[in-house]
Design a protein around this ligand. Structure first.
Ligand code: GLC
Length: 563
């Protein structure tokens, strides 16, 4: 490979830290920055290169930090700016890169800009947000993701106007059409880059450009709202401008969170020649087990492996010539990886957790792991609404209650789908609060931390999920072909086994992943008349039975080198 084609953000393995749930050092039941510093050696020991940190900015926490009231200050619960500077320094000393969350579709309603904007119609900050004067009548219907009434327009008496908030009532949308807003944001981004951060993950970035004429939605429309809300006419103009004014000036990485972006739009964001972003998180996989456009509801039947393969193969093809993908199975907005895409029963938890790790680490595209995935953390599945903390679950519960919808079905759904499944505290050891905090954690700890599902126990066990993860990360790092090699899908129609090769010049790998609770027998043409060398398996054994025959145990994963 040409050295100039190689990039640190393509070769790195990313680890997302949700600061609230990672490590508490002050005894308030909430994680903090000193806690992350304390655990940096652990993160380094995993083989991680890049940490993506969910928001640590000042925030009243209506949406756990995704509602920012000061972009240049640190949330008090998490620490101070000097803690942050120490974190960055300690990370760089360990050769770890730091990617921050950039939340600029909206601010908190407690941000100085919004407090001013709200005061009067002629306030200099008025045009920082989207206002609809009441004399124009009721604004066209817009649905809010987190509003108790589901309404994205909030009437504000003081100036007899409505403001737009696609998320909670405390998250008013910024008006990117105003050049002053864009300049403020670019300045703020420079502020963080000058401190030395290594990139941004950009929250709901397609939402920054919208159709500000607010055309009426089709009558009775109850589908996916994104096309009406996001991906507006000026989106790429803004991203290119941001790139030219800020991003291109530093050696950094960017990854957009892009709900609603389809494959045919993909290269508009990440074709290098267009100078916008490096990568983005598409939503196609995260929708696979959801009920059509109802993104928060699980579909009734189980997703099929052939569908899972198709999504990944199609996206791989999208980036075959240009751009670069990002590979993930969970994050703070989703349930736990092994519970959702694997099988967290006692019998299959270990193999399915390690099989899914193998998958992310052998695909093309930068792999992103969410804290706790390395030890196979599982969904907590709260039965009682009182245990939930997420605004998304709580406000939908209120809305459904008001509409008289059956709430048992809702709780049954949240047990699998809720974001709180993915936010329970990190399981460091088997003590009362899992080593996360001395005091009662803000969200309950999963009881299975007492049964070996914790870092301390797994570090001691050679055959643990954690130790497999470390080996698999090293395997990727030692084989450039697993990073850059071409991907080719085999056994397209098989519902038990996901099989593919990765090829870079004369290096060729074969990856076999069982997604099945039964033994699976497959024939792989590529293995005929070649030497098949097992590099790693989550079972310790090879599935190879000679020639082109393979027999995989439930959830077995094998990575072979073909010569
Ligand atoms: C993104 C974040 C999510 C947040 C929402 C609003 O989807 O990942 O956590 O609630 O944006 O900021």
């Amino acid at each position: 490979m040409e050295p100039n084609q190689r990039k640190w953000w393509k070769e790195g393995v990313v680890y997302q830290v949700y600061p609230r749930s990672f490590q508490d050092t002050t005894g308030n039941g909430v994680g903090d920055i000193q806690g992350i510093i304390k655990r940096l050696d652990y993160i380094k020991s995993l083989g991680i290169d890049i940490i993506w940190l969910s928001p640590v900015y000042k925030s009243p926490n209506d949406d756990n930090g995704y509602d920012i009231s000061d972009y240049r200050a640190i949330m008090e619960e998490f620490g101070t700016m000097s803690d942050f500077d120490e974190l960055l320094e300690e990370m760089h000393a360990r050769d770890l890169k730091l990617v921050m969350d950039l939340v600029v579709n909206h601010t908190s309603d407690e941000h100085h800009w919004f407090k001013e904007s709200r005061k009067s119609r002629d306030n200099p900050y008025r045009d920082y947000y989207h206002w609809w004067p009441a004399e124009k009548g009721t604004p066209p219907k817009r649905f809010s993701y987190f509003d108790v009434d589901g309404n994205a327009w909030k009437y504000d008496e003081l100036t007899d106007s409505y403001y737009l908030h696609y998320f909670s009532i405390k998250q008013p949308d910024l008006k990117w059409e105003n050049p002053k807003v864009r300049q403020e944001i670019y300045d703020m981004m420079h502020f963080w880059f000058k401190k030395g951060i290594d990139g941004f993950r950009m929250d709901v970035i397609p939402f920054i450009s919208k159709d500000t004429d607010y055309p009426e939605l089709p009558v009775e429309y109850n589908g996916n709202y994104v096309p009406f809300y996001a991906n507006g006419p000026r989106l790429h103009e803004y991203l290119h401008e941001m790139n030219q004014e800020v991003l291109s000036k530093y050696d950094i990485m960017t990854v957009g969170e892009t709900p609603g972006v389809s494959r045919d739009q993909a290269l508009l964001f990440v074709d290098e020649d267009r100078e916008e972003l490096n990568m983005f998180f598409h939503f196609e996989l995260m929708s696979l087990d959801r009920d059509g456009d109802e993104v928060f509801w699980m579909r009734k039947d189980r997703w099929k492996l052939t569908e899972f393969k198709k999504i990944h193969s199609d996206w791989d093809a999208t980036f075959a010539e240009k751009g670069w993908g990002s590979m993930f199975l969970s994050n703070h907005d989703n349930p736990r990886t092994v519970s959702r895409w694997g099988n967290d029963s006692e019998e299959h938890w270990h193999h399915s957790a390690t099989m899914l790790q193998t998958f992310l680490l052998t695909m093309k595209g930068t792999p992103y792991f969410y804290y706790g995935d390395e030890i196979g953390m599982t969904n907590i599945r709260f039965d009682n609404i009182e245990d939930y903390q997420d605004i998304n679950t709580l406000n939908r519960y209120e809305l459904l209650k008001e509409q008289g919808v059956e709430l048992d079905a809702f709780i049954a759904n949240e047990k699998e789908a809720s974001r709180d499944n993915g936010r329970t505290p990190m399981q460091w050891d088997s003590t009362e609060n899992a080593g996360f905090s001395e005091e009662k954690p803000w969200l309950k700890v999963h009881p299975n931390h007492k049964e070996g599902l914790n870092v301390a126990d797994q570090e001691k066990d050679e055959s643990s999920v954690l130790n497999y993860f470390k080996k698999m990360v090293q395997l990727r790092k030692n084989h450039l072909g697993l990073v850059y090699g071409d991907y080719k899908l085999l056994l397209k129609d098989n519902e038990q086994v996901y099989a593919y090769t990765r090829t870079l010049e004369d290096e060729k790998y074969l990856v076999l992943l069982s997604f099945s609770t039964e033994t699976a027998k497959v024939e792989i043409e590529e293995a005929e008349n070649t030497s098949v060398e097992l590099l790693l398996s989550n079972d310790g054994h090879s599935a190879h039975r000679g020639g082109n025959g393979f027999e995989l145990k439930p959830y077995q994963a094998c990575v072979y080198k073909l010569n």
